[in-house]
Unconditional design. Sequence first.
Length: 703
Amino acid sequence: MASNTDKRCPVCLMKVDTEDRFCRHCGYPLWKDREEDADQRLVTVVFSDMSGYSTISEALDPGDLGDLMDRIFSAAVEVISAHGGLVEKFIGDAVVALFGARKAREDDPINAIRAALRIHRVIDGISSDLGSIAGVNLKMHTGINAGYVLLKGGKTTELSPKTLGSPINQASRLSDMAAPGEILIGEVMYTYARKRFVLEDLGRHRLKGFRKHTRVYRVVSERGEEQVHSNKLHGDSPRFIGRQEELKVLGTAYKDLISDRGVAISIRGEAGIGKSRLVSEYRKKLDDNSTSWYEARCFQSHNNVPYLPFSEIARQILGAGAFMPGLEVLEKRFVSITGSSLHFRYLTVAMGAEDYTTVSDADPGLWKGKIFDTFKLLLDRVSRLGRTVFCIEDLHWADNSSMELLEYLLSGNDNRCPCIFILTHREGLILPYVDTTIQLDEFNRGQVKDMIASLTAGRSPSMSADQSTLELIYSKAGGNPFYVEELTTYLLEKGIVYPVYTTRKGIMTKVPLTVETLVSARLDGLDRGAKLLLQEASALSSTFSRDLLLRVVSEPSKLDKHMAALLAAGFIKVLDRACGLYGFKHEIAREVIYASILRRARVSLHARIAAALEAGSEGEMQGLFDTLAYHYRQSGDTDMSLKYSLLAAERHQKSGSLAEALILYSSAERDIKKTEEGSGYEETLPEIWEGMWSCARIIEPDT
Ligand SMILES: Nc1ncnc2c1ncn2[C@@H]1O[C@H](COP(=O)(O)OP(=O)(O)O)[C@@H](O)[C@H]1O
Ligand SMILES: [Mg+2]
């Protein structure tokens, strides 16, 4: 039997034979692990290492050292999985964890940093238990970075070190750079992390083994909710734009509140469309000290914690801050609001402050009803103390129990409280029991312009948003305020002044991590077939026809079903139904989706597209030369890409578009030089030079 000594089990990393169907060490079904199961994914990597390990390992006897390491590693594993991460492996005394490996979540980078902070705290705790060992205090140091890696079965593949993403190496280098107790993050993390964490800029560094310099930041601390909130409201946020009608609808609800029935309003719209902003503007308007406002948010990473948003609201009502006060204190407050302690225990169980088994004297089947009644009692009594708003944000991530409780509170008149309920959520969730739904749509061009102007105001005179900048941002972000804001601030942070930017369109090649994470998480919410179709469409272009797509996709029979799913999920839109013309809703999202395709799959996809274009075009192909050149180049077919590059270049040259022709000639020359010393193209090169020379001569007469 042929034995390939390089092959390792992707799960336990032990050596296996090529022909093994199951890993002989851990039983992992290797046969399932075919090439096509490999996945290129956006992950956040945490590389956490122990400081002074060698000193400690010398000082301790091997048994004690083993126990200590077990204690540290199991503490780290617990923290990482509690934050939704996956331990990738242990390397010596370091632990490597991935966030987003199985399923991308919107808050992966935040959870990764939080987990690191927590690991540091836990290890500090263990360390103070132990005291110093041989003069060394146990501490961790951590590096965190994000980017694409190749994954198989949820683990980065050891088999292909070249495709193994550099984010892991970068995280490891950052951890090398970190002093004991420090957490360092890479440049790509910055836009994401700065909103939630206090960061210190450590300047530009060249990490070992990397060619380029990169900016490094130290995580100082996590900002409190209040600070995040006020930062958003007063610091970075653009001036509030549009949405006057929507504010009016909310204002009416306020007037309607006289009734005992209360009002329930939902605000619906895609991610980043401005739901939270509308809520906070409304809140600012109400800010008259006569309204009590309780607000909770649901999280994708905690969508299975029962009653999470309601518990948060209850905590606020009972005046509990970040830390839970003792139960007696809470009970006193509960009694002062409801007049009795009868229901108090149900509340503490729902809030996770007490274990249900220790208090359960009732039948578990009745338990839920009691909890519902308790929340109703509490919310109702609070509503009667004065004007009250309960706001639950991002309801699409709510746990099942909360959804049922909400239905219980809002369906019919019996359980309604005299308050305003505001619920924000994305498309797809239907809440038949709300009184009004406010649908938020995209900004128009004028509003996008206002937004850019407001974001760049006061920066520098050269950064006023000129027309072409606006067009460019609008073409990438569409009318989604989140995308517009992220792209504009990204450009500002890069110090790219607009005039430079407009002359070199290729400059915005990187997508901010904030946008990347959001789109990746949305992509993972699709089922496999629809996701694949979206990736295939992303290789075509921003607009594409159903006909062409049909010739390219791997599952043509399911095309319409998957297209419907993508339309419903808001990734694509119909441009012209009769012609079967579709487009990506946001160009920036298309770029992220395209980047998520494995290189190998991308190559064959472009080959399929090029072949389909050629086969489908009867007669005149002139207009397709550029497109064909592009797809053949991406497919790695140098012959064909050269053929079409030159055809396109000649065509542009003849029609006087010399700059375009020159670019095509140059890229053809580069393609040839990339082949083995240009072999096989000896006759093509002079042709190219000739073309370049005659274009250049006219563009710059002196040369
Ligand atoms: N009407 C608006 N005017 C100015 N900025 C806005 C507006 N709506 C949204 N934004 C900005 O766009 C970003 C995304 O908005 P957000 O309310 O967080 O979206 P959502 O809650 O729908 O996901 C925020 O930074 C917000 O400040
Ligand atoms: Mg929001």
